[in-house]
Design a protein around this ligand. Structure first.
Ligand SMILES: Nc1ncnc2c1ncn2[C@@H]1O[C@H](COP(=O)(O)OP(=O)(O)OP(=O)(O)O)[C@@H](O)[C@H]1O
Length: 301
């Protein structure tokens, strides 16, 4: 269980994280989503005691992270995959970590296998690709067989096979009762892996909840016409909510397709495309919630 209550972090006048609260329950994978600079890493660093909050509290397994004895046995953390000694091999890195954690060395081979790094285990980390270092970071996070995983962008740099292995590993971890918080801006990845989302933009939570509930709550229609301006006018006149306009001219409307079709027909607008917006899934939800509040805009607050 991870509990975050009213966490805030200011850097000078800039509110990097602003009154953020959420919980991650055992047996679930929570996807922490937000555009670049939204405050994901800062929040995760505060949970792990690496950044001092300006306000608010957080706990992991019921206590502040910093007070957990031998934390690697309870909480696996991946915050910066490049922070490994380049001169050691992957196996040496994990063997040292296993000794520090007090877990049997046989666990090293097990996790190397799980993250698909067994073949490269005897190579020096300095010669690893970014994705391989990422795999090593995930291996180190799960090495102590913790109950909680906190992973910042674990899938960045991973090839499709690596992403698949991580997905299997994390789903299995949650199935066995583990708690996972993972940040990402790879939406398709999070959509496949997480049961819950916490979405952040400009340091603030813009939505959170179970995946199905969030996606269902945002159903609507996607519509496109040969004459986008006429369509827009028809929607405005009918009082239908325009949520977003895409580069291809299609418009996301907060109404069901039937209402949109009727509005277009009433105003003599010929449609090229009309479908339910729920087909778009997480990307649509993400853009509609975070698109208008980029980090730069937030900075100007
Ligand atoms: N040490 C720091 N000093 C000053 N500003 C900082 C510091 N760390 C983070 N920030 C600022 O806080 C904001 C949030 O950054 P953070 O790294 O948490 O975002 P993020 O959501 O993890 O982004 P990304 O997806 O790009 O990694 C950004 O505007 C960033 O510039």
């Amino acid at each position: 269980m991870i509990r975050v209550e009213h966490l805030s972090k200011r850097y000078g006048d800039h509110r990097a994280v602003d009154d953020v609260s959420f919980t991650c329950e055992p047996g679930t994978v929570t996807g922490f989503l937000g555009p670049n600079g939204a405050g994901k890493s800062t929040t995760m660093r505060m949970i792990c005691g690496l950044t001092q909050p300006s306000a608010g509290t957080s706990s992991v397994l019921g206590v502040p992270y910093g007070t957990i004895p031998n934390p690697g046995r309870h909480v696996g953390v991946l915050l910066d995959a490049s922070a490994r000694h380049p001169g050691r091999t992957g196996r040496e890195t994990l063997t040292l970590a296993a000794m520090l954690l007090g877990v049997p060395r046989t666990r090293v081979d097990q996790v190397l296998e799980e993250v698909g790094l067994a073949a490269a285990a005897r190579r020096r980390v300095g010669g690893y690709s970014f994705g391989m270092r990422q795999r090593l970071g995930i291996a180190q996070a799960v090495l102590g067989d913790p109950g909680v995983l906190i992973l910042d962008e674990p899938s960045s740099g991973l090839d499709p096979e690596g992403i698949h292995q991580m997905r299997v590993l994390l789903r299995d971890f949650a199935r066995r009762g583990g708690t996972v918080l993972l940040s990402s801006h790879l939406l398709f990845e999070v959509e496949a892996i997480a049961d819950r989302y916490v979405m952040i933009a400009g340091g603030r939570i813009v939505a959170q909840g179970p995946k199905d509930e969030l996606l269902r709550g945002r159903s609507g229609a996607v519509v496109r016409a040969g004459d986008p301006a006429a369509l827009r006018e028809a929607l405005d006149r009918t009082g239908l909510e325009v949520r977003d306009t895409h580069a291809d001219g299609s418009i996301v409307v907060g109404a069901d397709p039937e209402q949109v079709g009727l509005a277009a027909a009433r105003h003599g607008v010929a449609l090229v495309e009309l479908r339910g917006a729920e087909d778009l899934g997480l990307e649509e939800l993400f853009l509609s919630l975070t698109g208008s509040q980029t980090a730069e805009e937030a900075k100007a607050r």
